[in-house]
Ligand binder design. Structure first.
Ligand SMILES: [Zn+2]
Length: 261
């Protein structure tokens, strides 16, 4: 039985501890202290670390975590984004096995060139780094809209009941953009309302992971894969051009969240 624990880090980052029996893995390490504190409270140690991508806010705690647990670090490698603590560079989609937990890496460029998602089939859990957020997606910082679009398309091959675990908590800020976008579409407005009622997270409560099924109903960037959307009074066809338009609109939206890297 696999249990996933969400650790809030920095301003709005998440690390995730994946626990099975005596094995604990950590996915992304924005800072070391809350992760170490959580493990100490449970009397556990880390057997492995997986990194989705090399932006500072996903790896800042690596040095201290490595000093504490000296465990393997699986991380992407790219000449522009070196992660010096890496012990096992991720170079293919070959499954990774750590202490009885099998992790399937999915290559997901678009936010940056060396970006990976991690799928744990037995838990039906997908760790999406800065590719997919609740009601939104990451910025295209070092990649093309086509790369990003293709990476999101990979989610259509996963079971709808898969739950996803993003690298940041941006639900509220993203919901403002969706409200504006769906203001002339009663069906999507209603779906957004239902989603927010179901998945709203109040202060002090745990992060509840959303299924891909629910996310595909209402996340505009996922809708752009195969649904028409109303943009500025015009019904736009699905595809990479619609995805790109949405990303540009979101980047200039006044309620945009703190820029993430
Ligand atoms: Zn990032």
């Amino acid at each position: 039985m696999v249990t996933i624990h969400t650790i809030a880090c920095l301003k709005d980052n998440f690390a995730y501890i994946v626990e099975k029996g005596n094995t604990c893995l950590c996915i992304d390490v924005p800072e070391a202290e809350p992760i170490i504190r959580f493990l100490l409270q449970r009397g556990k140690k880390l057997q492995g670390i997986l990194i989705t991508h090399g932006h500072w806010d996903h790896i800042e705690g690596l040095e201290d975590i490595y000093a504490a647990y000296n465990c393997p670090i699986y991380a992407p490698q790219h000449p522009n984004y070196l992660i010096p603590q890496t012990t096992h560079p991720i170079q293919s989609a070959d499954p990774i096995s750590i202490g009885g937990i099998t992790i399937e890496p999915l290559f997901t460029p678009g936010h940056m060139p060396a970006h990976w998602n991690f799928f744990i089939r037995e838990a039906e859990a997908l760790f999406t780094g800065d590719l997919l957020f609740r009601l939104g997606c990451g910025r295209i910082l070092d990649g093309t809209p086509q790369d990003f679009f293709n990476s999101l398309m990979r989610y259509t091959a996963l079971a709808p009941q898969t739950r996803f675990y993003p690298g940041h908590e941006y639900t509220r800020a993203n919901s403002y953009f969706c409200e504006k976008l769906y203001q002339h579409d009663p069906s999507l407005s209603e779906k957004l309302k239902t989603y927010l009622e179901k998945h709203s997270r109040r202060e002090g409560e745990g992060f509840e992971a959303v299924t891909l099924r629910d996310e595909f109903e209402v996340n505009p960037f996922l809708l752009s894969l195969d649904n028409k959307l109303w943009i500025s009074g015009k019904r736009e066809d699905p595809g990479v051009s619609l995805f790109r338009t949405l990303r540009i609109l979101k980047d200039s939206f006044s309620n945009k969240p703190r820029q993430s890297l």
